[in-house]
Design a protein around this ligand. Structure first.
Ligand code: HAM
Length: 441
């Protein structure tokens, strides 16, 4: 037997039961950003590798260890995008969207990072992101946090997430703090774990969010970032905190929050949860006022965030009451006898044209009536529409309720003329003829 092929490690298939949850989340997200006036941008999954090296930073985990790099057939160095902000900025510059303009954009799609897979951490994962250009904040910073707070409320998970906030200041402030941090840690180098020792040379600020207990204990005596924060960043943070208080968005200031991508400055934030084990960050983002210029555009302030959709779906799946109920099949078309396949397909097409909101399934495969009814029951259909040879010849159809509804019992079967079927279905399913909406019971 041929070797069975499997999905690549860390990359998941989405099966119908789960994709229903994804569709629900995506519908809520689309509605949300539309209500705030954001427009969608779509960029390729593959970009020039240099884009990510220049934006995310050469000495970050993403670029050093996780990025999927490959050469195409002409030897061009390409990468699968590990995140979407860099591509969005590249596209914005390329199409002149950012030149002295304000833009409020969102994007959604798969990202790729070669990480060690575990619950909530995958090699292909999906982000929903928002990116705003041309606004210096802090009002827009606050809007992004209000928007995400609204999302958690709409999804019913607001009690399970909390907002962590920090300012990582200007690049000069970070440089000064970096020197002070290295000076403090160097004499204790032996107490650092291997990762932090490496970072001491390359990216010392990242040591601040090390998960190692000994490192965290050591950091208790380290210089504090807030003592190095420049005046403009202090004011920005204070004004943002004031806005969040006025808007009744609870937050925690966390001086150790530094983020793993180099393009940030000033405001950084994460929405975290205790429900997903080690992968606690559900949503993360911040300001990246220098990135547009760094990638060849004119200096443009910017801020954004990304939500990890796998983590959001995992969180929802922990509470079945928050999950959308599967939409039932309204009509199951059952037919047998001479010419039944054609008659059934034609009739179901006529119904779909007249009543596009109804969900109609036509039995296929030519099995006997009994098996067709069994299948109708299995898919949870509400009404069976039955065509036998006599009904086909007389242009009729039998309507048989399979569930108790609309005051009809399962025994209330009736024979109706095919020409009058639409009217019966409208009445049966309480369909408003003006806008074709099915009125829920
Ligand atoms: P990030 O912190 O690298 O930021 O990722 C954002 C979110 O994506 C994380 O909080 C997490 O929910 C999810 N995520 C990251 N890696 C994985 C993974 N391997 N498996 C599953 N989920 C994952 C960014 O990517 C920035 N581009 C965010 C941003 C947008 N900043 C400004 N605009």
């Amino acid at each position: 037997m041929a070797k069975r092929l499997q999905a690549v490690r860390g990359m998941n298939d989405g099966l119908p039961e789960t994709t229903a949850v994804w569709q629900h989340v995506e519908a809520v997200l689309r509605r949300l950003v539309s209500a705030y006036g954001y427009g969608e941008i779509r960029t390729p999954v593959v970009e020039d590798a240099t884009l990510f090296i220049r934006s995310i930073g050469e000495v970050t985990d993403i670029v050093e260890k996780e990025i999927y790099l490959f050469n195409d057939r002409h030897g061009e160095a390409l990468a699968l995008r590990p995140e979407g902000t860099a591509g969005c900025v590249r596209a914005g510059i390329e199409h002149g969207l950012l030149y002295h303009q304000e833009q409020r954009l969102w994007h959604l799609g798969p990202m790729f990072r070669y990480e060690r897979p575990q619950k909530g951490r995958y090699r292909q994962f999906h982000q929903f992101s928002v990116e705003v250009f041309g606004l210096t904040g802090p009002d827009i910073d606050a809007e992004l946090m209000v928007m995400t707070a609204r999302l958690w409320r709409e999804l019913g998970i607001d009690q399970q997430v909390r907002l962590q906030l920090n300012s990582i200041g200007s690049s000069a402030a970070r440089m000064a703090y970096r020197q002070a941090l290295v000076a403090y840690l160097l004499p204790h180098q032996q107490q650092l774990d291997a990762d932090s020792q490496r970072r001491l040379q390359s990216n010392p600020l990242r040591i601040l969010d090390s998960k190692d207990q000994q490192v965290q204990a050591l950091l208790a005596g380290a210089p504090r970032f807030s003592d190095y924060l420049d005046a403009a960043s202090q004011q920005h943070l204070a004004a943002l905190c004031h806005l969040l208080t006025e808007l009744q968005i609870p937050y925690q200031l966390n001086e150790r929050l530094v983020r793993g991508l180099d393009y940030y400055n000033q405001t950084v934030f994460e929405w975290v949860t205790d429900r997903l084990g080690a992968q606690s960050a559900l949503c993360a983002g911040g300001r990246y006022d220098g990135l547009v210029e760094q990638l060849g555009g004119t200096s443009t302030p910017a801020i954004g965030f990304s939500i990890g959709l796998e983590r959001l779906v995992l969180l929802l799946q922990q509470q079945p009451t928050l999950l959308p109920q599967p939409a039932p099949i309204d009509c199951y078309l059952i037919a047998a006898g001479q010419g039944s396949a054609s008659a059934a397909l034609q009739l179901s097409e006529r119904i779909r044209t007249a009543l596009p909101t109804l969900r109609i399934m036509t039995d296929c495969g030519g099995r006997d009536f009994k098996k067709q009814f069994k299948q109708a029951d299995k898919v949870g259909a509400r009404v069976a529409l039955v065509l036998g040879e006599r009904e086909i010849a007389q242009q009729q159809v039998i309507m048989k309720p399979l569930r108790e509804q609309c005051g009809a019992s399962k025994n209330d079967q009736q024979v109706v003329a095919q020409d009058q079927l639409i009217g019966h279905l409208q009445c049966w399913f309480k369909i408003n003829t003006l806008n074709q909406e099915t009125i829920s019971e």
